[in-house]
Design a protein around this ligand. Structure first.
Ligand code: NAP
Length: 542
């Protein structure tokens, strides 16, 4: 019996087999695969269209840090054949249009309810069904509940003193207005110098009368390099697509590269810098940051590549004191996610751009007209918050999820997220997460991580339905063991040194836990396949 055989118990409740929340890369793929299985699926999405993170992040300069040919679905070969990106690294509009086209061609768009936000998801254990409520007053019942809400979709604006008093325009990069923003001739502030900041800053500097950047921690950044796509490279990529898929699926980051087989410290400084320079000029992050196997595990090895990056900053910024202020020194490269940029450091050579180092000149408060720091007041017409996200867990917790016996996900994760394989949580039956905490998620080419999860979940649901299974849930012991394994492995890396969103350290009060499995997507894939082949070991299946 499938959920489609069950009648709604309440008038006005729509009953389907599966609810999928989110119409980004993961939601589109998930809905497509479930439709292929013949299931009834309802997608729910807060935006007015598909795109997920690429729907919301429309700020000028928004561009992916993964190269375009590798940032596409691999399972739908007709889409691969027709995909002709114009640039080597895709800008937001091109990714959005790729996803719109994919959702249309896969017949997914019409299965989504847009402009609709989920307000709660509650498990009815008598009926073994999830009840999903939305901000439109709608209710849905389903057997399988799949939040595919993404890891970086809940923006955060810090609780700056006096912010409510500020009368100028305010924007967050992650919810940029659809129609764009006219900053021409305005005095603009940008707070934050992570990936979003380093991308938006050069573009704002070109439009605004003046730009003041408020930096708390400087960023390591790689140049995007030449952007136009070489048609021959694209054709060769498509001709060798199976080879690409195989290689990307058998590497830790879902991106093929050729690491050298020894420590960075076994090379002389001259040899190392020659290696770094050659890899820098490939303009592909993984080729550079994974060139030696110990760059993320050995502080001395990491120091060598961090210093190489600082040398690049010195070569781009004319004022040596400014170059030093822009040089990261408080964390190892990679412990905060490395950024990619087009002309970021050179932007500080412009006369209309000023940097405020918040470590030297702390932000005291917002005023009606701007921002007061220790050294004085700065007036602005517009302030752009490039201050990041309540990452990985934020979007799940916002759904107000209640599982078996009234268990709240917010309570279950109060000391940090616990999951089994990043796929399921004990006490929350039939809820599968896509790229959940405890999976490789953001440490990979995320499209590869998404495809691995969606394929696994789709196959699992097909299997459970075929065997008339009513409930599937993570076993608590398996979950504890997996969570401990994730923490132990993370402790061997330099990630805890970064005070970044990877560990929740960017949100005051959030438990500091590495939220990704650091063991690599290739190894993780083998574990998930092994669990499946061993009768879904670690899941309670009834
Ligand atoms: P982020 O990396 O978390 O950066 C936020 C910035 O805001 C940091 O510089 C942070 O400083 C600063 N900040 C936060 N709170 C502050 C406060 N109270 N006072 C002053 N400064 C504060 O966020 P993001 O730049 O939006 O990027 C998040 C992730 O999204 C990226 O790492 C990446 O994975 C993804 N993303 C990717 C792309 C791309 O593909 N190219 C583009 C954009 C985003 P501290 O470092 O001191 O906390």
């Amino acid at each position: 019996m499938t959920a489609t055989d069950i009648s709604p118990t309440t008038v006005g409740v729509r009953t389907v087999d599966v609810i999928v929340i989110g119409a980004g890369f993961s939601g589109i793929d998930m809905v497509a695969q479930l439709l292929e299985q013949g299931r009834s699926v309802q997608g729910i999405e807060a935006g007015s269209g598909v795109g997920g993170t690429w729907y919301w992040n429309r700020y000028p300069g928004a561009r992916c840090d993964c190269i375009s040919l590798e940032y596409q679905y691999t399972r739908f070969r007709h889409l691969v054949e027709e995909f002709r990106p114009s640039e080597r690294y895709p800008a937001q509009p091109e990714i959005l249009s790729y996803l719109q086209n994919a959702a249309d061609k896969l017949g997914v768009t019409e299965h989504f309810r847009f402009n609709t936000r989920v307000t709660s998801a509650t498990y009815d254990q008598d009926a073994n069904r999830w009840l999903i409520r939305t901000d439109r007053g709608e209710e849905y019942r389903c057997k399988w509940f799949i939040p595919a809400v993404g890891c970086l979709s809940t923006g955060q604006i810090p609780d700056f003193p006096g912010l409510a008093n500020y009368r100028g325009e305010t924007y967050h990069t992650g919810t940029w207005p659809k129609g764009g923003v006219d900053l021409a001739g305005k005095r603009v502030a940008v707070i934050g110098t992570g990936s979003s900041g380093v991308q938006v800053i050069p573009e704002v500097a070109k439009q605004a009368a003046s730009l003041t950047v408020f930096q708390r921690t400087p960023a390591f950044s790689l140049d995007y390099g030449p952007l136009p796509m070489d048609a021959q490279v694209r054709d060769e990529f498509v001709a060798n697509f199976d080879d690409y898929v195989h290689k990307s699926r058998t590497t830790p980051a879902g991106q093929y590269t050729e690491p050298l087989p020894h420590s960075a410290l076994e090379h002389s400084e001259e040899e190392r810098n020659a290696v770094y320079e050659e890899r820098w000029n490939r303009h592909r992050a993984i080729d550079l940051i994974a060139v030696y196997p110990d760059l993320f595990t050995n502080m001395d090895a990491n120091h060598t590549i961090s210093e190489f990056f600082r040398g690049k900053i010195r070569s781009k910024v004319t004022d040596p004191a400014l170059a030093e202020t822009l040089s990261p020194r408080t964390y190892p490269l990679g412990a905060k996610r490395m950024t990619l940029n087009t002309g970021y450091f050179e932007t500080y050579n412009r006369e209309n751009v000023r940097l405020v180092d918040l470590r030297q000149d702390p932000l005291l408060e917002f005023t009606e007209t701007g921002i007061r720091t220790e050294s004085g007041e700065h007036e602005f017409d517009a302030v752009i918050f490039a201050t990041g996200f309540d990452a990985v867990t934020g979007s799940w917790l916002k759904l107000n999820i209640t599982g078996r016996d009234g268990a709240k996900l917010a309570d279950a994760w109060a000391d940090g997220p616990e999951t089994y394989l990043g796929l399921m949580v004990s006490e929350f039956p039939n809820m599968f997460m896509i790229t959940g905490p405890g999976s490789p998620n953001v440490l990979t080419n995320v499209v590869c991580a998404i495809e691995q999860h969606v394929d696994w979940v789709a196959e699992a649901i097909a299997h459970f339905e075929e065997h008339d299974v009513q409930t599937v849930e993570a076993d608590e012991t398996a979950q504890t063991e997996w969570t401990e394994t994730c923490a132990e492995m993370a402790a061997y890396t330099l990630y805890p040194e970064g005070n970044s969103w990877y560990t929740g350290a960017n949100i005051p009060g959030k438990p500091k836990v590495m939220m990704s499995y650091v063991g690599g997507l290739d190894g993780y894939r083998r574990i998930c396949d092994d669990v499946r082949d061993d009768s879904y070991r670690g899941f309670i299946v009834k």
